[in-house]
Design a protein around this ligand. Structure first.
Ligand code: GLN
Length: 524
């Protein structure tokens, strides 16, 4: 049952093949068995069982609320959840229990979804590995897959067996691991520079970043307000659309949400792609791109072409400025956002008697890790009166040029862009941490950050397994508020590529973590 898609399990609930409580218990048991992945910071077992019970009652009375009723979901731990600790994987917020739900959380609960828990991340969602939070790194479930296990013996990636486990990517790595390991059917991540698409690519999932303004940010603890969006992680495109359709819409509590988005957002079933024009941005062919991802990308373009679509090379000339531009804007907003964590209002406060200034400083030194403090420092430097024009204003202008590159391409008749999502497949943890977070993010987000600066919809689709048996994903990017169009193309493509289901094995006994329940051998 856990190997099914959201849509399939929803049908099973409706037909009474399983009850919401049984489903919830199966997920809880799998969460326990896969604890070593470190996907969850908090497992909300009591809440989940209560919600499942209420859902069960509704089903019995023929009052079910729709596709999400009784469906186990998980939420990244930077979304506020009423009565459930929300930490952002930071000492600063450890022990903080919000008094309200983020709008997106409330919308899912209003549809009867069952909240399994809060998932692990990089501290305050800063990073692209899910390696930098106070609760430790998240392990990629594919590290323990039969597919990787078999290939790995031929190509060992380290002397020490333990060094073979792979990062999930990030910063929504906990949400990605939770979905990839079948502990829930959908999870929310956040995406400021790629944090939903990047772990989706590394964990073989669909990872969707909606247009900025389509989905409310109220209750998502901000990283970069002008770029943040809630993201969706699922095992197939239709499941993402089911969740998106519930989340999209105006929120009086978020003035950046649009009034009347086009709904429903369920993708159409394309049978003919001959009217489509797919753009391949030439600047995305960077030297750091692994030959394997490049080959998957080029085969995907060939596939569209062979099915009759028009595939053309396009130019996004300001791509090369995107990482540095993101850095200035991100750190500037971080510096301002993090000012609220002063030891007075939220979370941590140091416990020595000292002056107010010293209390601020000590609290923030104890509360934030090096990455967060480093960004606050850079951001405040860029915002200094004497630097403001030279850095912040200049970066805003470059951001506009980057956004205009996309507008020009879409105005020239391109429907969607097809690009890599990440430079390579997931790498072993020990390799990943050889470089600092700043360098890593600067390299890894090359294909994703520009999309956030332009506010566009984009999705990662798992496409193929690398020679090491690990997922490789590709990204579709569409014009602003053409989220449905992006999902429609992605759905057609998903059907063609038939990405294999992960064959998950427990480390200790190599038996199926699903209690030998047979996973569907069909593709997603
Ligand atoms: N890796 C990027 C950063 O560290 C993006 C983070 C995100 O999308 N939350 O800023």
């Amino acid at each position: 049952m856990l190997g099914r898609t959201l849509r399939e399990v929803s049908a099973a609930l409706k037909q009474g093949q399983i009850t919401p409580t049984e489903l919830c218990q199966k997920c809880l048991s799998l969460i326990r068995k896969t604890k070593f992945l470190n996907a969850y910071i908090t497992v909300s077992e009591e809440v989940a069982l209560k919600q499942a019970e209420e859902s069960e009652k509704r089903y019995k009375e023929g009052q079910s609320l729709g596709d999400l009723d009784g469906i186990p979901i998980s939420i990244k731990d930077n979304f506020s959840t009423s009565g459930i600790e929300t930490t952002c994987a930071s000492n600063m917020l450890k022990g903080y229990v919000p008094p309200y739900n983020a709008t997106v959380v409330q919308k899912l609960l209003d549809q009867g979804a069952v909240l399994m828990g809060k998932t692990n991340l990089d501290e305050f969602a800063m990073g692209s590995g899910s390696t930098d939070g106070i609760f430790g790194p998240v392990k990629n479930p594919w590290s323990f897959s039969r597919q990787y296990g078999e290939k790995r013996q031929q190509t060992p990636c380290g002397e020490n067996k333990d060094s073979n486990w792979l990062i999930t990517g990030g910063s929504s790595g906990g949400s990605a691991a939770a979905v990839a390991a079948f502990t829930c059917f959908a999870a929310l991540g956040s995406d400021t520079g790629g944090s939903t698409r990047n772990p989706a690519a590394h964990c073989g999932l669909v990872g969707f970043k909606p247009s900025y303004g389509l989905v409310s940010r109220h209750g998502l603890i901000p990283l970069v307000n002008s770029m943040d969006v809630p993201g969706i992680l699922t095992r197939c495109v239709d499941d993402t659309a089911i969740v998106l359709d519930v989340l999209a819409g105006h929120d009086p509590k978020d003035s950046t949400t649009v009034q009347d988005p086009v709904k429903p957002l369920m993708p159409s079933s394309l049978t003919d792609v001959s009217k489509l024009c797919i753009g391949i941005p030439k600047e995305y062919l960077v030297p750091e791109l692994s030959s394997e991802v490049q080959s998957v990308w080029s085969k995907a373009a060939d596939l569209f072409e062979s099915e009759g679509a028009k595939v053309i090379e396009v130019s996004l000339p300001h791509t090369c400025y995107s990482i540095v531009c993101y850095h200035v804007l991100c750190t500037a907003e971080v510096a301002s956002n993090m000012a609220r964590f002063d030891g007075l209002e939220y979370g941590h406060r140091c416990n020595t008697n000292m002056s107010t200034e010293a209390m601020y400083a000590t609290t923030r030194r104890e509360g934030f890790n090096d990455v967060v403090r480093g960004r606050i420092l850079s951001g405040n430097f860029f915002l200094l009166k004497e630097n403001y024009e030279n850095y912040f204003i200049k970066a805003q202008k470059v951001r506009r040029l980057i956004a205009n590159d996309f507008v020009n391409v879409f105005n020239s008749g391109v429907d969607v862009l097809l690009t890599p999502t990440t430079l390579s497949e997931a790498v072993p943890y020990l390799e990943f941490i050889k470089e600092d977070n700043r360098t890593r993010s600067a390299q890894d987000d090359i294909f994703t950050q520009a999309v956030n600066m332009a506010g566009l919809p984009a999705v990662n689709i798992p496409v193929a397994l690398s020679h090491q048996g690990l997922p490789v994903g590709l990204q579709f990017i569409g014009p602003a508020f053409c989220d449905k169009q992006v999902l429609t193309v992605a759905k057609w493509f998903e059907k063609q590529v038939q990405f294999p289901v992960i064959q998950l094995e427990l480390m200790e006994d190599h038996s199926s973590v699903l209690n030998n329940e047979k996973l569907p051998s069909v593709s997603l």
